[in-house]
Design a protein around this ligand. Structure first.
Ligand code: HEC
Ligand code: HEC
Ligand code: HEC
Ligand code: HEC
Length: 444
């Protein structure tokens, strides 16, 4: 594959990193009041000097918050700040990633992955367990990415030549032995795995007296089975951490006799703070009020620029549509009663919103902020398709050339709530309810 763009050496970044942490003093780390599950185990109070392991992962592509709804939590820039702040308290801090930074493939995901890994390097990660999302990118790309991420890649049951995988790593601050485990990977990845349970048992034997953390990049159900393989005698010192499906980090409550399973959270909105000496495991929400850091802000800006330079928004696959998109000016010719109402709706500022944050060429943003995204006669860019800017008539009623010419029925037929949900999904519009939103834009 072609050289990854962001590979250019970032002297600026390294210098900026040396300046971290900023003078924010030894602020206490806030606890996550909103974690969906209580962090039960380890109620002993933690002395500030106890080493802490910061756990992240399962971002699923959420490298930064989109800002579609408030509060816009998370992002790698805020994460960098939180980690720097934690280090400034004088505690020993190890940072580990459970992988699944992306969960799709394609050029944008590669650029994103690169940005992620450079940021992880800047934040001083001690271990990265590549997940199913990473292996899906394919070995050639992973090998390129590997060169940008000089920290240990940990996976005990995976054979992938040239990735420099190690089965385990000893964290410097806490002395914890981290082991990476994966579920069987699809054949298409070209990567062979051995059973995770066998690897777990072998690693337990190899480190008979260590505090251990098994990071499992699979389902919660399988993680429970793995946890059950740990003998009772080692339950106090060995934990299983799973990427899981929960949004916020937490501890699976499996009763007093079962080995607990830690869940990493997802979408980059939280960190998990694990104190190995006490077993305490808690979430830290990356609030909107938290600033970024110069270094990682710069990486995100480069990510934006690369997406723009490569004009990814103009390269998406386009589906043919039978009627064509004609733009709202055409509709206005006959629906002059409705058209002025459209112009007053918030939908008419959708594109300007992206321009304001320089995201107007990012396919991951544009698709919901314009009309006819991914369609042959639909949105391309502002110069070529000016009347498809914003969320216009045809975003809801479908491409209207036939209707405009012959008064054939509009292709979307009766539109309603399900039309809105294509864009007003739980991630981007968590407060969406048809009965409260529709009256704000009604035009009948
Ligand atoms: C799945 C569709 C979807 C995607 C993808 C999407 N947006 Fe949005 N965006 C929306 C919707 C819907 C709203 C309105 C949310 C609400 O008010 O309930 C919105 C609102 C916004 C707002 C707030 C506007 C305001 O002033 O209130 C910003 C900023 C924004 N989006 C930026 C982005 C950026 C940047 C991206 C890409 C990283 C993005 N959006 C991707 C659907 C999307
Ligand atoms: C040549 C005139 C004309 C143009 C141009 C036109 N319409 Fe219509 N449209 C009509 C008439 C007439 C009706 C039927 C009476 C009514 O409901 O207003 C209608 C009905 C509709 C309806 C309700 C019935 C149905 O088929 O779903 C929708 C929705 C609609 N138009 C959307 C649009 C959109 C979107 C555009 C632009 C792509 C558009 N119209 C362009 C004349 C036009
Ligand atoms: C093609 C994607 C898309 C579709 C379909 C869509 N919206 Fe939106 N909607 C957006 C975006 C993007 C915004 C944010 C605009 C901005 O401020 O930048 C938004 C904003 C809104 C807002 C303003 C929210 C606020 O309080 O600021 C309302 C209300 C709304 N939409 C209602 C609806 C309803 C009702 C439907 C279905 C009938 C619908 N939308 C369909 C993308 C869409
Ligand atoms: C955000 C989505 C959205 C946009 C944008 C939008 N509409 Fe609609 N439109 C709807 C919905 C939803 C209904 C049905 C409302 C209902 O059934 O109560 C509707 C109803 C209509 C109707 C009446 C159809 C009927 O069943 O009587 C017409 C005509 C119409 N729209 C035309 C237009 C035109 C013309 C534009 C652009 C100027 C436009 N719409 C923009 C969502 C939208």
């Amino acid at each position: 594959m072609t050289a990854l763009r962001l590979l250019a050496p970032c002297a600026v970044l390294l210098v900026a990193m040396a300046a971290l942490p900023r003078e924010r003093g030894a602020a206490p780390v806030p606890q996550d009041a909103s974690a969906s599950r209580p962090a039960t185990a380890g109620s002993a109070t933690t002395r500030p000097s106890e080493p802490v392991v910061v756990v992240t992962g399962n971002e699923k592509g959420f490298i930064r918050p989109c800002g579609c709804s408030k509060p816009a939590l998370g992002g790698i820039h805020r994460r960098a700040h939180a980690i720097a702040e934690l280090r400034a308290t004088g505690r020993k801090v190890d940072v580990v990633s459970c992988g699944n930074l992306v969960n799709e493939t394609g050029r944008q995901q590669e650029i994103k992955m690169e940005t992620f890994l450079l940021a992880l390097g800047e934040m001083g990660y001690a271990a990265f367990v590549p997940g199913e999302g990473e292996f899906a990118l394919g070995l050639p790309i992973l090998r390129d990415l590997r060169m940008m991420a000089p920290f240990p890649w940990v996976a005990a049951n995976v054979t992938a030549p040239d990735l420099g995988l190690v089965p385990s790593v000893v964290l410097e601050g806490s002395g914890v032995v981290v082991v990476g485990l994966l579920p069987p990977l699809p054949k298409s990845t070209g990567v062979a795995t051995t059973p995770a349970g066998d690897a777990l048992v072998a690693q337990l034997k190899a480190h008979p007296a260590s505090r251990m953390l098994f990071i499992y990049n699979g389902t919660e159900a399988d993680a429970r089975l793995l946890a059950d393989l740990i003998p009772a005698s080692r339950r106090a010192t060995c934990d299983v951490l799973v990427t899981g499906h929960a949004d916020a980090p937490g501890v699976l409550d499996r009763g007093p006799d079962a080995h607990r399973v830690l869940v990493c959270g997802s979408k980059g909105r939280n960190l998990a703070l694990w104190t190995p000496s006490t077993g305490k495991y808690e979430g830290l929400r990356l609030e909107e009020s938290r600033p970024g850091t110069e270094t990682v802000d710069a990486l995100l800006e480069r990510y934006r620029l690369t997406v723009k330079e490569e004009a990814l928004a103009t390269k998406v696959g386009r589906l043919p549509t039978a009627p064509k998109y004609v733009g709202d000016a055409k509709c206005a010719e006959c629906h002059d009663d409705i058209h002025p109402k459209l112009k007053e709706t918030p939908h008419q500022r959708a594109f300007a919103t992206l321009v304001a944050t320089h995201d107007e060429t990012d396919p991951e943003c544009v698709r919901c902020h314009v009309t006819g995204w991914g369609m042959e006669s639909g949105w391309v860019d502002e110069a070529r398709t000016p009347t498809l800017k914003n969320v216009n008539c045809e975003a809801c009623h479908g491409p209207g050339s036939d209707h405009a010419e012959t008064l054939a029925k509009t292709p979307a037929g009766k539109v309603g709530e399900s039309t809105c949900l294509k864009c007003h999904d739980p991630d981007n519009s968590p407060r969406f309810q048809f009965k409260t939103y529709w009256p704000k834009i009604e035009h009948k």
